[in-house]
Write a protein that binds this ligand. Structure first.
Ligand code: DHB
Length: 392
């Protein structure tokens, strides 16, 4: 009987697959992005860039296997918060990442705080986001960074009267406030401040008012993708031929949709953190690899937020030697400084916000395509809203 038992046990043991001597632990990264709805282009850019980073840098970091879990929030904050909770509680992710719009990041901040899971904001641009949790780091930009640079440029380039037109939510308010303050300080005048709704924007009545007001320039902020509708209506109303210059942060001349604007976009001057045409070796390599992996796409400013966000995650894990303790990861994150396809960038250890070069660019046609061609650069720009608070 014992012999029979022994033989059965032996046979059963043979069926159990041998465990490798050192089973590799998995570190999960939850990437929550809009892959349906009006902000799909942002989600697609973030996903393509995050995957490219992993393809180029491998999926093992500090001995751990990195697993990317991609989830669609359709751009709705209630979805983002629910998905983030599921990822933290069920999947035990070590990082939350993505956040294509400000409200999506704001809705998730308390979850990062309660779970001590680092949250990498790869796109949303409202200043206050990073103050909502000590576990937030941002790899995108703030609207103020570009707004102050284009305000200075406008004041120095014979633009005296400006009408502002922004999407009516937090980053639009930041874009408006930073521009108005800076431009008026430099002696310019903002004659009207217009705000359009985020959902289903119809710019036509606003553009008619701008046409009647005849300012030297129209300063516009719309979130990535939405600029296409504005450009179409700008041209339909003949504003491109009216002598009113179109200026703004570079969201309006988003590289992802710029080619669709046609030649009416030529000459538009914006300030921003990234252009597909940025002439560094690192960016040329990035653009070529991105296009090879995604033949129908051109990397835009969302993409570098995603790419550099993955860099933050990889470097944080290297720094902790694979530990996923949230406080240890944040400590490393505050020391990071590197060369992005957009240029040199770093994380401000005091605010966990990104510091970067802002470029002034003009839309030009090259080899049959429209590009934002950079012609001036301002290195080491911090979020001006937080800088002003510090002085108070
Ligand atoms: C935000 C979204 C965008 O698409 C953009 O271009 C800038 C800011 C935001 O919601 O923060």
């Amino acid at each position: 009987m014992y012999r029979r038992y022994f033989l059965a046990a032996l046979a059963a043991a043979a069926l159990v697959p041998a465990m490798p001597a050192t089973a590799q632990e998995t570190v999960k990264v939850g990437l929550i992005i809009p892959l349906t709805g009006p902000f799909t282009t942002t989600g697609k850019q973030l996903e393509a860039a995050a995957k490219l980073y992993m393809q180029q840098h491998g999926t093992t970091v500090a001995g751990k296997k990195i697993e990317l879990i991609v989830r669609d929030d359709a751009g709705r904050p209630e979805n983002t918060a629910r998905i983030a909770s599921e990822l933290v509680n069920n999947d035990k992710v070590a990082f939350l990442a993505g956040f294509g719009l400000t409200p999506l990041a704001m809705a998730t901040a308390p979850i990062a705080t309660n779970s001590k899971v680092p949250m990498v904001v790869m796109m949303a641009g409202t200043s206050i986001i990073t103050e909502r949790s000590p576990y937030i780091v941002r790899t995108s930009f703030t609207l103020g960074q570009s707004a102050i640079v284009i305000a200075d440029w406008a004041a120095q380039n014979k633009i005296k009267n400006v009408v502002t037109l922004v999407t009516d939510y937090a980053p639009g308010h930041d874009a408006e406030k930073s521009f108005v303050e800076r431009f008026e300080k430099a002696g310019g005048k903002v004659t009207e401040k217009l705000r359009v709704p985020l959902a289903n924007p119809d710019f036509a009545p606003f553009l008619q008012r701008v046409r009647d007001a005849k300012p030297d320039a129209l300063y516009v902020f719309t979130p990535s993708g939405v600029g296409a509708i504005l450009m179409k209506q700008f041209v339909e109303r003949g504003l491109d031929k009216s002598g009113i210059r179109l200026i703004g942060p570079g969201d309006i001349t988003d590289d992802d949709v710029l080619n669709g604007f046609g030649d009416a976009a030529i000459g538009v001057v914006t300030a921003h953190n990234y252009s597909t045409a940025h002439p560094s070796a690192k960016n040329k390599e990035y653009v070529a690899a991105y296009k090879k992996a995604n033949p129908s796409m051109r990397p835009n400013f969302a993409s570098v937020g995603g790419y550099d966000g993955m860099h933050v995650i990889y470097e944080a894990l290297k720094g902790t030697k694979g530990s996923t303790d949230g406080d240890a990861l944040m400590k490393v994150i505050k020391t990071l400084k590197w060369e992005s396809p957009r240029g040199p960038i770093w994380i401000d250890p005091e605010t966990r916000d990104i510091v970067q070069t802002i470029y002034i660019r003009k839309v030009e046609k090259k080899d049959g395509e429209l590009y934002n061609i950079e012609f001036a650069s301002f290195p080491g720009i911090k979020d001006p809203v937080k800088e002003a608070m510090k002085k108070k």
